[in-house]
Design a protein around this ligand. Structure first.
Ligand code: AMP
Ligand code: TRP
Length: 330
């Protein structure tokens, strides 16, 4: 039996190798076995101040990145969140059963609202995890592949699904998060204590899938390392090099043991050179494909149109049940 899988990325920027390793690469793999929905969550992207023209360009860019990273529209449904209005509708309905206290505990909200001041944070930023729960629950999703930072949000989706089922009768499938062992959290190249993030102010912190070869090389050669030498995986004691090794593992398929053996007598400089070339070899072809889709967006738009139509049909069928259970309408 195939499971239903749902995941999404915000089109707030180009995507970096953290998004690729933590999300896209895993998606490309999981679509071989399951029935997958991969969404471009543009309504999540407007919970912080944004520029409309840039957002629209980024939606195209992220769609191109999905395809270039190996998401196959013959196997998976790829669509833009705002083109399926049932997401915001269910989001509102779930707001009526979500509790303020539950949302106040969300780490991402605390981080993002701290940056701009909690009292100035929008209600949308506060309610963001409820919209994410709606995304997931609309499609009877059982598996949600995400990076570690999203675990708390998937947990909320589970809580809301259970609460809804108890209150209104069995309606939603309880989803499970799916996290991988290495790479669930790729850290900044400049500070291994914070995750690699699209919005990092330090321009050397993240390698983007759209970066040119020489930029990739520069960023990796300037990555910080640990005080103690040696290419050894130890996330606690050697967080910087362990992070670089995790990236290397995902670019080459080599295990941590194999990497340690290969660089046994080598220094950080040699390892970083090898890592830069491994990233370039892996990311170069993806970057070329992204450009191809952007230069001729016909295929991209056809894919997104077809994805929207399939998602709309499933989402509306689910909403009919939900409205009915809640006693809405006539
Ligand atoms: P975001 O960049 O927050 O829109 O995240 C999109 C997807 O990439 C989510 O599944 C995240 O969990 C994942 N992700 C984001 N940053 C990282 C990171 N540094 N390491 C691993 N996965 C990440
Ligand atoms: N909140 C997620 C992020 O920032 C993106 C997202 C929105 C998502 N809806 C989702 C991920 C549903 C998985 C499932 O990364």
């Amino acid at each position: 039996m195939k499971d239903i899988v749902f995941s999404g990325v915000q089109p707030t920027h180009s995507l970096h190798i953290g998004n690729y390793i933590g999300a896209l690469k895993q998606w490309a793999h999981i679509q071989q076995q399951h029935h997958c929905y991969f969404c471009i969550v543009d309504e999540h992207a407007i919970t912080v101040p944004h520029d409309p023209t840039t957002l629209r360009q980024r939606i195209q860019l992220v769609a191109a990145i999905y395809l270039a990273a190996g998401i196959d529209p013959k196997k998976s449904i790829l669509f833009v969140q705002s083109e399926v209005p049932q997401h915001t509708e269910l989001g509102w309905l779930l707001m009526t059963i979500a509790k303020m206290g539950e949302l106040e505990r969300m780490t991402q909200y605390k981080d993002k609202s701290r940056k701009g001041g909690a009292s100035g944070a929008s209600l949308g930023l506060f309610g963001y995890p409820v919209l994410m729960a709606a995304d997931i629950l609309l499609y009877d999703t059982s598996i949600v592949p995400v990076g570690e930072d999203q675990l708390q949000h998937v947990e909320l989706a589970r809580v809301l699904a259970r609460r809804f089922n108890e209150r209104y009768g069995d309606t939603f499938v309880i989803p499970q998060p799916l996290i991988q062992q290495f790479g669930a959290r790729i850290m900044s190249l400049q500070d291994p204590s914070v995750k690699m993030s699209k919005s990092d102010e330090h321009e050397m912190a993240a390698v983007f899938l759209t970066d040119e070869d020489d930029v990739i090389r520069k960023k990796i050669m300037r990555a910080v390392t640990d005080s103690e030498a040696g290419i050894v995986y130890d996330a606690e004691k050697k967080p910087a090099v362990s992070n670089l090794m995790t990236i290397y593992h995902h670019m080459t398929g080599q295990t941590m043991k194999e990497i340690e053996a290969a660089f046994d007598d080598k220094g950080y400089g040699d390892f970083k050179k090898a890592l830069a070339e491994a990233v370039i070899t892996h990311v170069g072809p993806i970057r070329a494909k992204i450009q191809g889709y952007l230069d001729d967006p016909t295929e991209l738009n056809k894919t997104l149109d077809a994805g929207r139509d399939k998602a709309l049909a499933v989402a509306e069928a689910k909403m009919k049940i939900v409205r009915n259970k809640m006693g809405l309408g006539r």
